[in-house]
Design a protein around this ligand. Structure first.
Ligand code: T3D
Length: 259
């Protein structure tokens, strides 16, 4: 892992810190590639049971590095999106472990998309979600068109997109964009508590839960019901499921091992 994404593992949680604070953690090729690499490590390493993505400094992420974007020069934007952003968003949704976006300060453009593609979002009072794309004459990318309407509804998504919306932390909470808002000075600790809770969960079942929910949010009900049956079977074959049943019978909290 290079300098643009810092990586730290503790207690089953891999924390990936975007590390270009001088440009509010804007995404360049290196940063996006290092995020993908970090997620690949999370997928490979059984000791990692939850992932946190956060920003260094006063922002979460300001989206595409506009200093590196020159219309008409180099690769087409479609290719930039395909090669740089889409692999990251796919890797996030396919990772069979929960991902938290810990948002302090601004999340703009593809930075907002990055937060939306996480499974949970926690924000501090300084958080600001800025749609951003229309501000520079672009349409949404990096999964924003997929996740935003699913999280806030089609009407709110269009409001964001067409009116160039920005929402603060409290509005984000009301919209269901974030799970929780905490004081800026508590963000690291509160994120740690949430991540520890996820890392102590039934990892296999959590992975299947992610899949079934993302896949179930499109397509027909009959497909969703059959997919649920298949994934539930896989979850039921884990030690964690057996431990869950034992703990229930013994009236104590379960001790999940992630297998
Ligand atoms: O190839 C492609 O373009 C396709 C992909 C597109 C996906 C996208 O993400 S499109 C959306 C891109 N992002 C934006 O449009 C956001 C641009 N930034 C802003 O609007 C503002 O900076 C913020 C609202 C995010 C924050 O405002 P503020 O007032 O808190 O900070 P600031 O003073 O504007 O920024 C601080 C520094 O960061 C500043 O540099 P300086 O003057 O101190 O040297 C600023 O230029 C730099 N910075 C902020 N955002 C970016 C950036 N530098 C490069 N790229 C950025 N996205």
């Amino acid at each position: 892992m290079g300098e643009t994404v810092l990586r730290a593992t503790q207690g089953g949680v891999l924390t990936l810190s975007l590390n270009r604070p001088e440009v509010l953690n804007a995404c360049n090729r290196a940063l996006l590639a290092e995020l993908v690499e970090g997620l690949a490590e999370a997928a490979r390493n059984p000791a990692v049971r939850a992932v946190v993505i956060r920003g260094s400094g006063r922002a979460f992420c300001s989206g595409q590095d506009l200093g590196a974007t020159v219309p008409g020069e180099g690769a087409s934007i479609a290719d930039v999106v395909r090669e740089m952003y889409n692999p990251l968003i796919r890797a996030m949704s396919e990772l069979p472990k929960p991902i938290i976006a810990s948002v302090g300060g601004v999340a703009a453009g593809a930075g907002m998309s990055l937060a939306l593609a996480a499974d949970l979002r926690i924000a501090s009072t300084s958080a600001r979600f800025v749609y951003g794309f229309s501000g520079i004459g672009l349409a949404p990318d990096s999964g924003a068109s997929y996740f935003l309407p699913r999280i806030v509804g089609v009407a709110r998504a269009l409001e964001f997109a067409l009116l160039g919306g920005a929402v603060d932390a409290e509005q984000a909470l009301r919209l269901g964009l974030v799970t929780k808002v905490v004081a800026d000075e508590d963000l690291t600790q509160e994120t740690g508590l949430l991540a520890a809770r996820l890392a102590g969960g039934p990892t296999v079942a959590f992975g299947l839960t992610k899949r079934v929910i993302y896949e179930g949010s499109t397509g027909a009900l009959s497909d969703a019901l059959e997919r649920e049956a298949l994934y539930q079977q896989l979850a039921s074959e884990t030690d964690d499921f057996r431990e869950g049943l034992r703990a229930f019978a013994e009236k104590r909290p379960p001790q999940f091992e992630g297998r």
